[in-house]
Ligand binder design. Structure first.
Ligand code: T5A
Ligand code: NA
Length: 205
């Protein structure tokens, strides 16, 4: 039977370098001969994703609960395909997941437990790499743009909410370093935890 792939989630506040590092990690894993694919949430291309994109760009308004459920639905609609890919041996590197969903909506004032509920039953990540960056450092990275949540006060609250969600699968990465050093820390972290992960991660060596 094919060894299933790993579900690697990359989380962090806005501008922490998630997308940059996800691209690098996918390339590095592929170069090691590990069949790997990039996944990004929200997936702005689907029907729910288009509504989410419009909301984030402040082109439309939605009730806080409604947008929370849309973000969750955007993950649920991908689950069947993603679980098939994992079962076929593909490793997935996921740029944001349900932790972002809960952290952002609860930072806006929704009840944390209410926020967790719609995501219960989603595929469980094997490892969560949390790119940790202070809000001051995040602001220096070209500044926050015009998207809805790119505001200092909210980002501070989001970080606090993220801290309530961490568990043993979380690995903290110092995201204030150079891109190259963040890349190295991520690689070393995955390597150091490989025994706890699937057998196929041993191919990393
Ligand atoms: N959201 C998301 C919810 O509310 N609920 C949910 O369920 C989900 C999934 C959009 C928003 O949606 C919210 C959270 C978000 O507010 P998104 O599409 O992931 O989410 O957001 P993006 O705008 O694409 O990404 P971010 O702003 O979070 O940025 P990244 O991916 O963390 O950072 P990245 O790699 O794009 O880098 C940002 C800048 O920093 C530079 C890069 O070159 C780039 O200019 N940079 C570095 N500079 C110096 N040193 C380094 N080490 C650097 N690494 C990157
Ligand atoms: Na991103």
């Amino acid at each position: 039977m094919t060894q299933r792939g790993l579900l690697i989630v990359v989380e962090g506040c806005d501008r922490s370098g998630k997308s940059t590092q996800c691209d690098i990690l996918v390339n590095s894993l592929q170069q090691k001969g590990i069949d790997t694919e990039l996944v990004k949430f929200p997936d702005r291309t689907t029907q729910t994703g288009k509504m989410i994109d419009s909301y984030l760009q402040q082109k439309s308004e939605l009730d806080d609960h409604a947008i929370h459920l849309l973000f969750s639905a955007n993950r649920w609609e991908a689950m069947k395909t993603l679980s098939e890919k994992l079962n076929n041996g593909k490793t997935l590197v996921v740029d944001r997941y349900a932790f972002s969903g809960v952290a952002f909506s609860s930072a806006k004032g929704l009840d944390l437990e209410w926020c967790r509920n719609p995501d219960i039953g989603l595929l469980t990540p094997d490892i969560v790499l949390f790119l940790d960056l202070s809000i001051d450092d995040a602001e220096k990275r070209g500044g926050f743009g015009d998207e809805r949540y790119e505001k200092r006060e909210l980002q501070i609250k989001v970080r606090d909410q993220f801290m309530k969600l961490k568990d043993d699968s979380w690995k903290f990465i110092d995201a204030s370093q150079s891109k190259e050093n963040v890349e190295k820390e991520i690689w070393n972290t995955i390597d150091a935890t490989r025994n706890l992960l699937q057998d196929n991660i041993q191919e990393l060596q």
